[in-house]
Design a protein around this ligand. Structure first.
Ligand code: MRU
Length: 345
């Protein structure tokens, strides 16, 4: 790992250290969490966000509970872990990585028989997840880079980069890998109202890494596509279903419709930890966030008081609008019910 590489979440000296994404792009500062309540608060407030990063942060939150526990029996320790597990699970509802990571850690804890073994197993499993995340992103990058051509202008929505994972990124990992292979690319980052993950975070991390990036309002996507300025779209995912339905940041669906209208390939990059092979589309909860995110910009009120607001944080893109789903196991192509079953079982 290069010394300048952004590490979004890591374990350090019995604490969890995360980049405070609420302070970007102005300041690159870190927060240190020493208990799971602080981790849960950071997930809720979007200090740490992005599906894989949320999963690993929550896993480290559970590890903090185990490592710092003063319990005097395994049942007391398991009770503390169950409490932390419930609180961490309730932080955000849509990204499946959160549930995947916490379930995996609890299974690991339950399969141990002593307190020492539980503590060691939970921390080592969480650390393993963090490592696996980086490896999966690099693997996705190498598969996805083959889809990118020299000179491509690529649109991305929200932030599916290093800041949404432990490091390197999913959609932006593919772009990093393409650049590492010598392909010249330029990236158009949509602002991504209302929280501006594109304008604040994608632009920050691509500039940080010397990748050509231009920010455009969400409302400019149709115009840019109509003018031939976009060759491909690549986005991340919070949850991919067995049918190929993709839940991702609000606005993804309309980008996918516009790409389809203009015959522009629309790719999703998502690790296996973002797949939910059990749920149907109507069983997934779409997070509704605070109205303040919409009614104010930079501390200034932009919507009259007393006016109703909608603020869904995610939408669902149906499989027929998706050209390919890039995973660490390869690029899945339609029909997704078949390719997902073949590759992920
Ligand atoms: O609300 P956020 O910022 O957590 O939403 C993030 C996204 O929608 C990302 O596109 C998704 O998590 C993929 S991250 C690799």
């Amino acid at each position: 790992m290069r010394s300048t590489e952004l590490m979004t979440v890591r374990w350090k000296d019995n604490s969890v250290v995360m980049i405070d994404q609420t302070k970007l792009p102005d300041k690159l500062v870190y927060v240190k969490c020493t208990n799971y309540e602080q981790v849960a608060d950071c997930i809720k407030r979007l200090v740490v966000r992005g599906a894989p990063a949320i999963g690993v942060a929550a896993a480290f939150g559970l590890a903090l509970t185990a490592v710092k526990s003063k319990a005097s029996s395994t049942s007391e320790l398991m009770h503390e872990l169950e409490t932390a597990f419930k609180i961490l699970r309730s932080t955000r509802p849509t990204a499946v990585n959160l549930f995947w990571a916490l379930d995996r850690l609890m299974r690991k804890a339950k399969s141990q028989s002593t307190m020492k073994a539980i503590k060691e197993a939970v921390l080592s499993e969480a650390s393993k997840m963090a490592e696996e995340d980086i490896q999966a992103n690099r693997q996705m990058g190498s598969f996805g880079a083959a889809l990118i051509e020299d000179g491509d202008a690529i649109l991305t929505h929200c932030n599916a980069g290093a800041l949404a994972t432990v490091a390197y990124g999913t959609a932006l990992g593919v772009l990093r890998a393409a650049k590492e292979k010598g392909k010249r690319i330029n990236v158009i980052a949509t602002e991504t109202r209302p929280v501006l993950q594109g304008a604040r975070l994608t632009a920050f991390e691509l500039k940080h890494d010397g990748i050509d990036v231009t920010v455009a309002p969400d409302t400019a996507v149709g115009s840019l596509m109509g003018r031939g300025m976009i060759k491909k779209v690549i986005v991340g995912a919070d949850r991919v279903l067995r049918t190929g339905h993709v839940f991702n940041k609000i606005g993804t669906y309309q980008v996918a419709i516009l790409a389809n209208k203009h015959n522009i390939p629309f790719y999703v990059a998502a690790p296996v930890s973002s797949f939910d092979l059990k749920s149907d589309p109507d069983q997934v909860t779409i997070e509704e966030r605070s109205f303040d995110e919409v009614t104010s910009m930079g501390g200034t009120r932009v919507v009259p008081k007393g006016v109703r607001v909608f603020n869904p944080a995610f939408d669902v893109t149906p499989p027929e609008l998706i050209s390919g789903i890039i995973t660490e196991k390869g690029v899945l192509t339609p029909p997704y019910d078949k390719s997902i079953k073949t590759v992920l079982g």
